[in-house]
Design a protein around this ligand. Structure first.
Ligand code: SF4
Length: 239
């Protein structure tokens, strides 16, 4: 399944312009609070992506071992303890899955969604993710006490990797955190939008049996993304 591979390549193209630090995979476990736990303003050190700052959260699925060879955590910018005030933020996660497990049609759509929804089920202590699907923002309130206890992106990255490996078809995960103030968040936002457009197009294909590309409002996505048309015509055979 190569539907998102071009978006991954474009994201890598943007990120290669910055110094990246590779963080340790397989560190000691960080506390899981098990459910959404509010961090009050008085308890927080700062917000990643707070107020009007860029706040990007994007999960992209691939089956390419070249794009995601193994579990990996990358940090571009300062780590949690080095940040002193609200900061722009991006969390980009590439997830490699088993090709045969992705299926076709609604099976494929559901598999993509299950993986994307992992962010609603991770509750690391002192790291409150606030996701707004409507405004396509993912910001994070970081607790002062957790920083004192040693919270960093190594622990959060490992936490996310473990959460994604709960899905039996996930083979490898690359988590990238960007906190560098001058990074190209607009470019990353554009790729986030394209990822959503591709997923929405798959959804449209399932709901709408219109097969006329000339009158279809999704032509632009299908022209840009390799494999989209084949997917639709493949799906239609299964109706
Ligand atoms: S393949 Fe054609 S009909 Fe199907 S979603 Fe794409 S443009 Fe529309």
């Amino acid at each position: 399944m190569k539907l998102y591979d071009e978006v991954i390549a474009r994201t890598n193209g943007i990120l290669q312009n910055y110094e990246a630090k590779s963080l340790q995979v397989g560190c000691e476990k960080w506390t899981d609070v098990g459910k959404a736990k509010m961090i009050l303003r008085s308890e927080m050190a700062y917000e990643l992506g707070g107020e009007k700052l860029p706040a990007i959260g994007c999960t992209i699925v691939t089956t390419s071992t070249e794009l995601v060879p193994q579990d990996e955590i990358i940090l571009i910018g300062p780590d949690i303890s080095e940040i002193k005030q609200d900061q722009p933020y991006a969390r980009i996660t590439f997830v490699r899955t088993d090709e045969s497990a992705m299926g076709q049609g609604d099976e494929l759509y559901n598999a993509i969604h299950r993986i994307e929804y992992f962010r609603y089920h991770v509750f690391p202590e002192g790291f409150m993710m606030r996701v707004s699907a409507a405004s396509e923002r993912e910001c994070v309130r970081v607790g002062s006490e957790a920083i004192d206890k040693g919270l960093d992106f190594t622990k959060i990255g490992n936490f996310m990797i473990d959460a994604l490996h709960v899905h039996k078809d996930v083979q490898a995960v690359k988590v990238i955190f960007v906190t560098l103030p001058e990074a190209d968040y607009e470019g990353l936002r554009e790729n986030q939008r394209m990822t959503k457009k591709i997923t929405d197009t798959i959804d449209h294909m399932l709901k709408d049996v219109n097969m006329d590309c000339h009158s279809c409002s999704l032509q632009e996505v299908c022209e840009e993304v390799e494999g989209m048309r084949e997917l639709h015509f493949g799906i239609s055979k299964n109706f």
